[in-house]
Design a protein around this ligand. Sequence first.
Ligand SMILES: [Zn+2]
Length: 370
Amino acid sequence: MTKRNKVICLTFIVLFVGLIGFNQATIKELAPSVAKAATVTYTASANLNVRTGPSTANKIITTVKQGTKLTVMGKEANGWLKVSLKGQTGYVSSQYVKISNSSATKIYTASANLNVRTGPSTANKIITTVSQGTKLKVIGKEANGWLKVSIKGQTGYVNSKYVKVSNPSSDAIQVVAKPESIPVLVNKKNKLPENYVPKDLVYTTIPFTFIEKTEKRKMRSEAAVAISELFAESKRQGISLLGVSAYRSHATQVALFDYYVKRDGYAKAITYSALPGTSEHETGLAIDVTGGNGKCAAEDCFGGTKEAKWLQAHAADHGFIIRYPKGKESVTGYKYEPWHLRYVGKPIAQTIMGHEITLEEYYSTKAVQN
Ligand SMILES: [Zn+2]
């Protein structure tokens, strides 16, 4: 490449990056509340120099450590971010900033009595009015800040100015420090790190309710051995069991949760399905089981069956616990799930099942509320 061509090429790259930056800034300006609602988190992905201006030619004010959350005030056309640090304003290169945006999990609530219109402006006819505090099912966003919503099967538009957006995953949820630990606590307040995949997943050898060889048959090696032993022991005692679902990848959990939210709404979905990252199935240490006839698979009617009773009495002998016991909804955040087994290893399982406590109580953590 000639020097002149190199210059042209570089100019295009700079222009292109600039355009992306410009577009983001434009969207932000047009739809302030939507942009704010997106709960984007900015994290330094390396030790990061904060400078007096948006290029490396500027003086370094300070250096922030990798993993520091950044308060971004604006974006420069060249991809640099204007940040606020301890009251000071500075600039960092976005190259070293991880931007995460958790969608799908946001809750939209009418912050005032709110008109729902046939189109995205006040020029359109009012279909209905929803009262303040109503949860809204948002199905799309208009560039002018209006939201497309679905209300009782009807589609309409509301002004996002009067919609409060909260992201439950952004507050009070801790990321677990040792996701690979066998007795790891994963629940609605403790989630797995992004992109966590257990290293020792293997196919279990137990029979399932389906025949396909999918990820749902997998567990971490230690748990896979234990579940085989548990199934073998149940068989010896005349109890027939089938696996329903074991490992679930993060991507699968994302798709599943989105599906439930679409079907039943966020508020209901969160009572029976886990937010991505907070499902025990993503650890490779949990498995849903059912009786040999395959009926009541992961359903309430499994409770009270002879298989459920057998599991209650014998799961701990093989290192498993009934993770969501009856009467502990306020502690675990889940209703009774007699079919959901969680491997924690024999000593802990025996303590938990013997004392009729939960994994949360074992760790003496705070109760998990929905
Ligand atoms: Zn389960």
